[in-house]
Design a binder for this molecule. Structure first.
Ligand code: ADP
Length: 696
């Protein structure tokens, strides 16, 4: 299995074990369930460990017991071998038919070599003592109790020996000694034969104590207490000592001798297996400790994991809540363009469920059918790796009911944790409502502007009535004059030139009136005004007749000051004349107060130096209209340019707002300042035409 496959499997496994764990937790009530599960597990592990340690101890004890049994069996076998050797040695001694003196020497040698032999007797067939030898290593055994008192035992034994033609052993019996103590002894009787005829007996008295200490202590006595016992447990002889506090393992084995059966008992002085009695148990214990440690670590790890899972779940829930409460639609696509994720806002936007959208490939169900080709191309470009503009792009989507709506899509590459692009993430914003509001506001703005223009027309009409009155009156008087001249046919030849002149004037005035009307018409229609280069002088000249007309009516003196060598200005001539007329009229009206004696209106045109530095490309020409009227109070000043604001009974309050619009349309500024001691000056700028531009 490859490591990738393994990595894929691990989360599945984790998920499954988590699910299992969850199921267990669900089955048990709350945290108590988990705790009791843990305690059960710990108890189980502890029980297993204790059992293991106990079993290991038991195993060791049984090993010790078996070892002891083996030792006992070996000891019995050694004892037998030894006794058999004794028999052979004694047979050897007798078969050589020794002289009594030689027998004594040989017997002494045997007694020296075998300390367990206490006494050797040579008896005849009637069991009369012929010769005896006592061990030189100790006082003779039958010193305190005469041999005759114990002879009956030996007699029976020899009888058995004679019958079986082999060595026979007597029952053991207690023999008091001269030192006040006593000892357990056992006789062995060996019949001596010659050519199958009994010629006597050799009787050996064995000290049981010596038998153990001489023959068994060396091999087995170091670790064991060895004893001969009676079947009822009474100890006859004992060798080795028992250490206190150690557990005693006991093994018994029968020493089946002809004529007597002894019980050899060994008490192993092995300590009870400790808690750590040997390597095996220590190993088991160490492993148990390791197991417990691992369990503790696992418990800790699982607690950490649980906490991490909870944190993760919380973070996920938070993210989900965030995504669900978003009003922006979110849509993720993989590198093939397949939808991999949509949030509720997106679903709501297009009127389809997440199931209907997820996994879909182009054409998407929310693409208007007529746009499918275009969108497919767009998607192909995107999938080829071309990032869309950062500020997003607009598109049209279709709801489930077929209605179209405009959206703004901001798309960015979807980068995985490994830093690889796995698809595209798009934020989709429904901008149809925004568009609708924009459209509404534009329409209402246009309506407002149209209304304002219409209102202005009304106001201009009254102004125009003045303006048109003059040319019309002139036309009328020129016409009347011409008619009068033509009344007398005789005088016609002389007056023909005058009539011509009058008709030219009529045409001029009619043309001017027509122009004024056309400019109003254009303004109302909001046609692009034709800009032309006009000398400032010409502008002021053009309004002079009308201004003078009103000035005469209001007894105002009009002064015109024009800076020499002024450049021409680029403007819509008629509109700018209207502005000048309006400002002049306002100024004159401001001076039309009872009691005011000095009524001077100054119309001025000059270079606007400070603006020229602001705009290097072309300079500016400043026009100003100053009066010595009532001036403008603060309350009036704040609303001066507000449409429909007026302080006059017959005023419409559109003049100044219109003036400012016209000036600003030309790129200039309109402002005003109070004059000292009284009056106001209104100034506005217009772009100058540079000389090289004119020549060009
Ligand atoms: P209207 O002339 O129809 O009232 P305007 O927009 O031209 O409308 O003027 C608005 C108001 O500004 C006027 O009613 C007047 O009170 C004030 N105003 C304009 N020009 C002057 C001026 N030169 N001196 C004093 N007040 C002025």
């Amino acid at each position: 299995m490859t490591s990738q496959a393994l990595q894929r499997l691990i989360p599945t496994f984790k998920a499954r074990s988590l699910a299992w764990w969850q199921a267990v937790e669900d089955a048990l009530p709350g945290g108590r369930g988990r705790r009791s599960l843990w305690s059960a597990l710990i108890a189980l592990v502890m029980a297993v460990l204790v059992t293991l340690v106990w079993l290991a101890g038991r195993y060791e004890a049984s090993q010790l017991q078996a070892e002891l049994e083996r030792d006992t069996a070996n000891a019995v076998s050694d004892l037998r071998t030894q006794l058999t050797r004794h028999v052979q040695a004694l047979q050897g001694l007798q078969s050589s038919h020794p002289s009594e003196a030689f027998w004594s020497l040989e017997a002494q040698a045997l007694l020296r070599e075998n300390r367990e032999m206490l006494r050797i007797e040579w008896r005849d067939t009637a069991l009369n003592l012929k010769r005896s030898a006592d061990s030189a290593l100790r006082s003779p055994v039958f010193e305190r109790v005469p041999r005759s008192e114990t002879l009956s035992e030996a007699q029976q034994t020899c009888l058995r020996a004679q019958r079986s033609s082999g060595a026979s052993y007597s029952r053991s019996y207690f023999l008091p000694q001269t030192d006040g103590l006593g000892m357990e002894v056992m006789d062995m009787c060996l019949p001596n034969t010659q050519g199958g005829v009994l010629i006597g007996f050799t009787v050996v008295t064995y000290g049981l104590q010596e038998l153990i200490s001489e023959r068994l202590s060396v091999g087995y006595g170091r670790r064991n207490e060895i004893s001969f016992t009676e079947p009822d447990g009474t100890r006859l002889a004992i060798a080795g000592t028992q250490s206190r506090g150690l557990r005693v393992f006991t093994a018994q084995q029968l020493v089946d001798l002809p004529g007597n059966t002894l019980v050899l008992r060994m008490d192993g002085r092995r300590g009870e297996p400790d808690l750590f009695p040997n390597v095996l148990t220590a190993l088991v214990t160490a492993m148990s400790i390791a197991l417990v440690t691992v369990m503790v670590l696992l418990a800790k790890d699982s607690r950490r994991r649980l906490k991490a899972e909870n944190d993760l779940a919380e973070a996920l829930a938070f993210r989900k809540a965030m995504e669900d409460s978003l009003v922006t639609g979110l849509r993720a696509r993989d590198l093939e363009g397949r939808i991999t994720y949509v949030n509720p806002a997106f679903c709501e936007m297009v009127g389809l469920t997440a199931e209907q959208l997820t996994g879909k490939l182009a054409p998407m169900p929310y693409w208007p059918p007529e746009m499918v080709d275009e969108y497919k191309q767009r998607q192909a470009i995107r999938l080829a790796g071309n990032a869309p503009p950062r500020e997003g792009f607009e598109s049209v989507f279709m709801r489930a009911d077929g209605t179209r709506f405009e959206v703004l899509i901001i798309e960015a590459p979807l980068i995985s944790v490994q830093g690889q692009q796995t698809g595209w993430m798009g934020a989709v914003i429904d901008i149809s409502e925004q568009r609708r509001i924009e459209e509404l506001s534009r329409a209402s703005q246009e309506r407002l502007q149209a209304t304002a223009r219409l209102a202005t027309v009304g106001e201009m009409a009254s102004l125009l009535s003045h303006e048109l009155n003059q040319p019309l009156a002139a036309i009328a008087s020129y016409a009347n004059g011409s008619l009068n001249l033509l009344k007398d046919p005789a005088a016609v030849p002389q007056t023909l030139d005058d009539v011509h002149m009058a008709l030219r004037r009529i045409a001029e005035q009619a043309g001017r009136a027509g122009k004024v009307i056309n400019s109003v018409h254009d303004f109302v229609r909001r046609r692009d005004q034709a800009r032309e280069a006009v000398a400032p002088q010409a502008l002021l000249d053009a309004i002079a007749p009308l201004v003078n007309l009103q000035a005469r009516k209001l007894q105002v003196k009009v002064h015109t000051r024009i800076e020499p060598k002024l450049p021409q200005v680029l403007c819509d001539r008629t509109m700018v004349e209207q502005v000048l007329l309006n400002l002049a009229r306002n100024g004159m009206q401001a001076m039309d107060q009872p009691g005011s004696t000095e009524r001077v209106l100054v119309l001025q045109a000059r270079r606007a130096g400070h603006n020229a530095t602001l705009n290097a490309e072309h300079g500016w020409v400043e026009f100003s209209v100053s009066d010595v009227g009532v001036g403008i109070g603060e309350d009036v000043a704040s609303q001066l340019f507000t449409p429909f604001f007026t302080t006059k009974a017959e005023g419409m309050g559109l003049g100044l707002s219109l003036c400012r619009t016209v000036v600003e349309q030309h790129g200039g500024h309109l402002n005003f300042e109070p004059l000292d001691p009284r009056g106001t000056v209104f100034r506005f700028t217009l772009p100058a035409v540079l000389l090289d531009k004119i020549t060009a």
